[in-house]
Design a protein around this ligand. Structure first.
Ligand SMILES: O=C(O)C(=O)C[C@H](O)[C@H](O)COP(=O)(O)O
Length: 214
């Protein structure tokens, strides 16, 4: 599928679910079980961070095991990681920030990509490379909806995924800001519950998050 079509499909999905769970996992079976639990409870898109030694393998196996889920990769810090992410068949990539190298590489690869921004200069770099949907990170520290609203003045066509410090309680209000596409967060799949294989607890957190996104 051509990049623009892939991107449109992802944006449509994110605009429907509006809450993107962020998973840190190193064990393939736990990650598959976690992503399946999130999806069964209404969260049909997920970001798997590349923060653990086995994360790229986890990503590849989740992509294979959960074809009904829109699986993306997070914490992309290098162009090499972007290439590896595309090879896994992941739907999209996300970074906590933006560099010219990453922006060039993502544009060249044609992988749907959401760079991270913390302010206007980052956003201008993203726009130079054609990226107008970005992750605002760390959202709570750089002003959350106030920042998104302020950036909406000079950049009216940009939409944000607010990530970093987002909570269940804050979600409905954050999603009311008109240029916020979605929020991301790790609260519905905390490491302690994954370690404990407590899928029932994750199911409850996911269901509540899905409702908050409606
Ligand atoms: O590693 C990355 O690139 C990330 O994706 C960072 C995450 O977005 C945040 O760490 C999630 O923030 P919390 O919901 O506050 O845990």
């Amino acid at each position: 599928m051509e990049m623009q079509m892939k991107m449109s499909a992802i944006l449509k999905q994110l605009s429907q679910v509006r809450v993107l769970p962020i998973l840190v996992a190193d064990d393939v079976q736990q990650a598959i079980r976690c992503v399946a639990t999130l999806a069964e409870n209404g969260l049909s898109a997920v970001e798997i961070t590349l923060r653990t030694p086995n994360a790229m393998n986890v990503l590849a196996e989740v992509v294979k095991a959960c074809p009904e889920v829109c699986v993306g990769a997070g914490t992309i810090l290098t162009a090499q990681q972007l290439i590896e992410v595309q090879d896994t068949g992941a739907a999209f990539g996300i970074s906590p920030g933006i560099t010219p190298t990453l922006a060039h590489a993502a544009a060249d690869l044609g992988l749907p990509y959401f760079p991270g921004v913390g302010g206007a200069s980052d956003l201008m770099l993203a726009l130079e490379h054609g990226f107008n949907v970005v992750k605002l990170f760390p959202s709570d520290l750089v002003g959350s909806t106030k920042m998104a609203k302020a950036l909406g003045g000079p950049f009216p066509d940009v939409r944000f995924c607010l990530t970093g410090g987002v909570t269940l309680e804050a979600t409905p209000q954050l999603l009311q800001q008109s240029n916020v596409l979605c929020v991301g967060g790790s609260w519905m799949c905390p490491a302690s519950l994954i370690e404990a294989n407590n899928w029932a607890a994750i199911a409850k957190l996911a269901a509540a998050a899905a409702i908050a996104g409606k």
